[in-house]
Design a binder for this molecule. Structure first.
Ligand code: ADP
Ligand code: GLC
Length: 480
């Protein structure tokens, strides 16, 4: 079966978050199930550079304001089709934001062009390649099923929601530029309270909707987490499902990780101490054997980083240490930097995005903190499990689905892998940190938790199988 994946990010070509990890890993995981994936990506500079010459498989005289090409080839192990549209994608810096830190003013056009190209490919625009199914991701891909539905015939489509907070909401004035028939601007299309919502359009028209954990699939069907789209999701409840993300166990393997100071496995956990020393040095922390937490995160309200920031004095005064890697919201960054200045040697911060350093933190810290207000799946807790870096997480979405809380029963049964807490507020986070510190003091129990986490089945095999079954069901239904 041939599947066209449509996404705005794919590791290792272009990444701002977990979406890239998932889109980058799925093709390889689906192969054993007989599924050949090609991934359509916007022709960002990094994508075009990795693709090199490639092969031009289609040319547009004008696509949303300029000439464009579809260029196919293999880029860093991924079978890619890039939409090379320089007027839309050949820009330096962040793929979504301009130099002023705000969304590019033409994001509506950029991702409409992208989805229109995907729909074209799905209908056989490229000679010799017609996919059996299209799998679009997030709001940047959400217009694909809309174009397929309102433009006539096309293969079945799956839309995966990685984060319902990002909806691709634009003023109605952009509608005429989308090349869609008038009836698409309606309640069963992409009209949303008088505006245009790409994600709503996709949720209305995709043959199947998935999200990245069963827990989040339930959550977004109710008003606390649906962010205004819960009604649409409830009306399509029968086609909504949750498939939990896996991880790339080759990229994330503490026994053979080139980015860490010392490799190790579940039988040689003592060697982690060398990585811990390396983290202390990188983050200017006082050396010691006491508990060392880490954070690898976007610094945003979603991730609860404002809550964590408010508890940093408590954390340092409790005798714990923290190494934090992240960037994001300016006010949150400032709060964290101020706390680090107040607690030199106890709290160390690295601002920015550093893939290699994120590996070292998972390999050297004792625990990873993830106090998210909502979390569709979350990958850093899975990397934590794999690296023996015990996750301390909010009990929400995919975090709740993947971490087994160290309550008395779980400890007695030897199945605990981390700590969960709720609600996400300062006192509750602090009590979870206290619980973790208490167990950390009992090294045998802590070790047992690390080993239990390292045993967890985190690979893509099971979830890729679930996607493969879904694809086959949809294609079969289409053929009958
Ligand atoms: P989200 O996609 O919502 O940001 P995930 O947990 O699904 O959250 O994925 C985040 C991904 O981005 C992980 O691979 C994580 O290691 C990585 N990441 C986040 N912040 C940084 C950073 N500052 N430096 C390096 N990697 C980061
Ligand atoms: C989104 C979510 C995150 C999820 C990732 C990959 O960025 O915020 O929870 O892990 O997508 O699916």
């Amino acid at each position: 079966m041939k599947v066209l994946a449509v996404a705005s990010e794919a590791y290792p070509l272009v990444k701002t978050g977990g979406l890239a990890d998932v889109v980058g890993a799925l093709p390889r995981a689906l192969k054993p199930f007989g599924i050949e994936v090609r991934t359509l990506l916007p022709g960002y500079p990094a994508v075009m550079a990795a693709l090199g010459e490639g092969k031009a498989v289609h040319r547009y005289a004008d696509l949303f304001g300029g000439p464009a090409r579809l260029v196919a080839g293999n880029a860093k192990g991924l079978e890619v089709i890039a939409l090379d549209a320089p007027q839309l994608f050949a820009r330096p810096g962040n793929i979504y934001l301009g130099p002023d830190g705000k969304d590019w003013g033409d994001n509506a056009q950029r991702y409409a062009a992208f989805a229109l190209a995907a729909a074209g490919i799905a209908r056989g625009l490229i000679k010799g390649y017609t996919p059996d199914l299209v799998h679009a991701h997030d709001w940047q891909g959400a217009l694909v099923p809309v174009y397929l539905k309102f433009g006539g015939h096309g293969p079945p489509s799956v839309l995966t929601v990685h984060n319902i907070a990002f909806q691709g909401l634009f003023p109605a004035t952009i509608f005429p530029a989308l090349h869609l028939p008038k009836e698409a601007f309606a309640i069963d299309g992409l009209e949303y309270y008088g505006s245009v919502s790409y994600l709503k359009g996709g949720l209305q028209t995709a043959h199947a909707i998935t999200t990245v954990s069963p827990g989040y699939a339930q959550e977004i069907c109710n008003s606390d987490f649906g962010m205004g789209l819960d009604g649409v999701l409830r009306s399509r409840r029968g086609v909504v499902s949750g498939i939990v993300n896996g991880i790339d166990t080759e990229v994330w393997n503490p026994a053979a990780d080139p980015d860490i100071a010392q490799t190790y496995d579940a039988n040689t956990l003592d060697r982690r101490a060398i990585n811990k020393r390396a983290v202390e040095q990188r983050f200017g922390l006082e050396p010691g054997d006491g508990i060392l937490h880490c954070v690898v995160s976007r610094l945003t309200g979603q991730k609860g980083m404002d809550i964590l920031s408010g508890s940093l004095d408590w954390l340092a005064d409790s005798g714990a240490r923290l190494a934090l890697l992240g960037s994001g919201d300016a006010a949150i960054e400032a709060g964290i930097h101020a706390a680090a200045a107040r607690h030199k040697g106890r709290i160390g911060v690295a601002t920015g995005y550093d893939e290699a350093l994120s590996h070292l933190l998972q390999a050297g810290a004792d625990s990873i903190l993830i106090p998210s207000r909502f979390e569709p799946c979350g990958l850093t807790q899975l990397y934590g499990l794999r690296y023996g870096c015990v996750p301390i997480v909010a009990r929400t979405g995919g975090l709740a689905d993947t971490i087994i809380d160290a309550n008395d029963a779980a400890l007695a049964a030897g199945v605990a892998t981390g700590f969960q807490f709720l609600p996400v507020d300062g006192p509750t986070l602090e009590s979870a940190l206290s619980r973790a510190a208490d167990i950390y003091a009992d090294r045998d129990t802590w070790r047992a938790m690390q080993r239990q986490g390292m045993k967890a089945e985190l690979s893509w095999t099971r979830s890729a199988g679930a996607y493969a079954r879904l694809y086959r069901r949809l294609v079969k239904r289409e053929q009958t």
